[in-house]
Design a protein around this ligand. Structure first.
Ligand SMILES: *[C@@H]1O[C@H](CO)[C@@H](O)[C@H](O)[C@H]1NC(C)=O
Ligand SMILES: *[C@@H]1O[C@H](CO)[C@@H](O)[C@H](O)[C@H]1NC(C)=O
Ligand SMILES: *[C@@H]1O[C@H](CO)[C@@H](O)[C@H](O)[C@H]1NC(C)=O
Ligand SMILES: *[C@@H]1O[C@H](CO)[C@@H](O)[C@H](O)[C@H]1NC(C)=O
Ligand SMILES: *[C@@H]1O[C@H](CO)[C@@H](O)[C@H](O)[C@H]1NC(C)=O
Ligand SMILES: *[C@@H]1O[C@H](CO)[C@@H](O)[C@H](O)[C@H]1NC(C)=O
Ligand SMILES: *[C@@H]1O[C@H](CO)[C@@H](O)[C@H](O)[C@H]1NC(C)=O
Ligand SMILES: [Cu+2]
Length: 595
């Protein structure tokens, strides 16, 4: 990592002394700190770095995406990828409006974690959050963590928060391949900038020439996450939070003339949008990630067809579309061929926040330049004319089929879990999931208690014991007036059905249902999922930052006997002792569910 850090600092520092670059946009260090994403200097993948180079050839051997069950077979490469994360506060202006953020290694979005399928990923996280100090914990979205549930990074569930000025090492196997992200699971810290992309290289049947790397699509807020939640969870507060902007790889313009009168925060017009280079005639792989707090993204590139080849960590039978819809936490890998224009052409890349949510500026754009285009020009391409259904639902279930087929097993256990919005006796608006508004106890992670043989918890932890069942079906009934991207940790679940009202028992393609780790349930609708449970304690929650803060989370204990027998590394307990010590002498302002 040393060499990349040096390269980044070199590039960014040269621009530090002036506010604007030669082409009139804000300098990269002011908008995105030490990140190069969204600039023409961003490297294509894989990155070959001195101590971090991917071995030649295919370390996954004979395993393929269409012939291998990734849940039962995983290559063992023997290679470890080591990363060092320092989490700290900073002030940046991704869209020109200066705000306080939380960053990994001074970069927005955070640095890329890259590995091969079957590698071991080691991340040393140093909590350098000061002024004021705050705990943290990092979740590695979409990884199975089978056999290592304590590495899942959820405070109060799988670990205690990492106290300020302390370090914690995460170590887990890259058990699946494709595109994902990491993000803080401590309160709504990820809405304050604490997230970054993950790319795991694996077998891909489809051919492409250039891997353009991660493209993070994120709604953006001009206020700190803590202030947003404090207001939302105040008596008489509203569960609806309005986003201020929408970013592609952390960049977008903002019209500073729309800043509220009396708001003296520095705001600069023309912050600059992300720029991408296409090689004429070549096929590019784009790794789309909705890493936002709330909004549903509708991604497109003017005049170009997108071929979807993977959704979340699941390779799918390729299909063509002009728009890809992603709820918070969802990913899509798409192939795009640069055969629409001349070598000098430029096009707009767009990501629109779906109209089902309130947004001050929902339209993100980035520029795509073919190889001989002048990168100081502005594209003049025409947008695809596609109607936004305005429902915040995912694209139809029957459109996508996993490349490796798995027929739906018969369930041995079926639950019904309801989603409700309510106000408590203090007139605070909160969420209930399965009858409970969850609140975690940072000092008593469920996993450690279960490992000690204690399966009796306070009701507000919302823990549901699945006992020995492994074919578990959950019918989610959404009684609330908004849509929710539902995320289950540790599994790709089968999506049986999603629709309005009650479920009528229909299952879409039981011979090979769609599988994902996040799927959206519409307002006043239902979502039916099923999963092959692995031993552990697994959060099942809405991925909207504000909703999970308001208590929208349950924790499923699978195979308690095996959880009790797990040998959890001493460092997990050691971190809890450090947190207990820190929280004894410092006030932990747990304003929300904690996760
Ligand atoms: C590579 O790893 C070796 C041994 O761990 C270390 O001494 C060296 O500084 C590293 N080089 C870079 C460029 O990170
Ligand atoms: C609760 O808050 C709402 C605003 O959301 C307000 O209209 C209502 O009067 C409050 N009710 C009480 C009992 O304070
Ligand atoms: C997608 O469209 C391209 C042309 O743009 C075509 O070559 C390809 O066969 C299509 N793929 C599918 C799966 O329909
Ligand atoms: C995105 O919004 C623009 C308006 O800014 C519109 O022209 C375009 O059709 C929208 N695209 C999609 C896919 O909804
Ligand atoms: C209502 O919820 C808020 C936020 O979780 C909490 O601080 C307050 O104590 C609750 N009120 C009651 C009466 O439970
Ligand atoms: C289990 O843990 C909970 C939460 O810490 C505690 O209240 C309860 O007393 C414990 N039960 C036993 C049997 O130790
Ligand atoms: C659950 O399975 C374990 C073996 O993994 C067995 O020892 C235990 O008795 C089972 N528990 C129940 C309640 O069936
Ligand atoms: Cu997650």
């Amino acid at each position: 990592m040393g060499s990349l850090r040096g390269l980044l600092e070199g590039v960014v520092d040269t621009a530090l002394d002036s506010l604007y670059t030669a082409t009139g946009s804000l300098t990269q260090s002011r908008t995105n700190g030490l990140s190069l994403l969204g600039t023409l200097l961003a490297p294509t993948l894989p990155l070959f770095l001195t101590n971090n180079s991917l071995p030649d050839g295919y370390p996954w051997g004979e395993l393929t995406d269409e012939g291998t069950n990734p849940y039962t077979e995983c290559p063992r490469t023997g290679v470890t990828r080591h990363y060092d994360f320092t989490v700290s506060r900073a002030s940046i202006a991704p869209d020109g409006y200066l705000r306080d953020v939380l960053l990994v290694n001074g970069a927005f979005p955070g640095p890329l974690v890259e590995a091969n399928w079957g590698d071991t990923i080691v991340v040393d996280v140093h909590n350098d959050i000061t002024g004021p100090e705050e705990g943290t914990a990092i979740h590695w979205h979409g990884f199975l963590q089978h056999g290592t549930p304590w590495e899942d990074g959820v405070p109060g569930i799988t670990q205690c928060p990492i106290p300020p000025r302390r370090s914690y090492r995460y170590e887990f196997v890259a058990s699946l391949y494709g595109t994902s992200w990491y993000h803080s699971h401590y309160s709504a810290q990820f809405a304050g900038g604490l997230f970054g992309p993950i790319v795991i290289h694996g077998p891909t049947r489809e051919n492409y020439d250039i891997d353009l790397g991660p493209i993070l699509l994120t709604d953006w807020y001009h206020r700190e996450y803590f202030d947003i939640i404090e207001e939302m969870l105040a008596p008489g507060g509203s569960a609806k939070v309005v986003s201020d902007n929408n970013l592609i790889d952390g960049k977008m313009h903002f019209d500073c003339s729309t800043v509220a009168p009396g708001d003296n925060t520095p705001c600069f017009d023309n912050a600059g949008v992300s720029k991408f280079r296409f090689q004429t005639g070549k096929t590019h792989r784009l790794r789309l990630i909705n890493g936002g707090a709330d909004g549903v993204q509708r991604f497109s590139i003017d005049e170009h067809t997108l071929t979807v080849i993977a959704e979340d960590f699941v390779p799918v039978k390729p299909y063509n579309t002009s728009v890809v819809t992603l709820g918070v936490g969802q990913r899509a890998d798409v192939l795009v061929t640069a055969n629409v224009g001349e070598p000098t052409s430029a096009f707009w890349m767009r990501s629109n926040l779906s109209s089902c949510l309130p947004a001050r500026q929902p339209y993100a754009v980035a520029a795509v330049y073919y190889d001989q285009a002048d990168t100081s020009t502005t594209p003049s391409s025409r947008a695809w004319d596609v109607l936004d259904p305005g429902t915040c639902t995912n694209d139809d279930l029957d459109i996508t089929e996993p490349l490796f087929p798995i027929p739906l097993p018969e369930p041995t256990l079926t639950h019904t879990m309801d989603i409700e919005l309510f106000t408590n006796a203090s007139n605070v608006t909160l969420w209930k999931f399965n009858g409970v508004s969850m609140r975690a106890d940072y000092n008593s992670p469920v996993l450690l208690l279960a490992n000690d043989g204690n399966f009796t918890y306070p009701p507000q932890w919302n823990v549901v014991n699945q006992h020995n069942h492994t074919a578990i079906r959950i019918i989610v009934n959404n009684r609330s007036p908004s849509a929710h991207p539902m995320h289950l940790h540790g599994h790709n679940f089968y999506v049986l059905h999603e629709g309005p009202g009650e479920w009528d028992g229909t299952i879409v393609r039981p011979s090979n249902p769609r599988r994902r780790d996040v799927y959206s349930v519409r307002s006043k609708g239902h979502l039916v999922i099923q999963f092959d449970g692995a031993p552990g304690v697994w959060p099942f929650h809405c991925h909207i930052a504000w909703h999970v803060s308001g208590g929208f989370m349950a924790t499923l204990i699978v195979k308690p006997d095996e959880v009790e027998r797990m040998e959890i590394p001493r460092d997990v307990e050691k971190n809890c002792r450090a947190w207990a010590m820190w929280s004894k002498y410092n006030v932990v302002d747990q304003i929300d569910s904690g996760t």
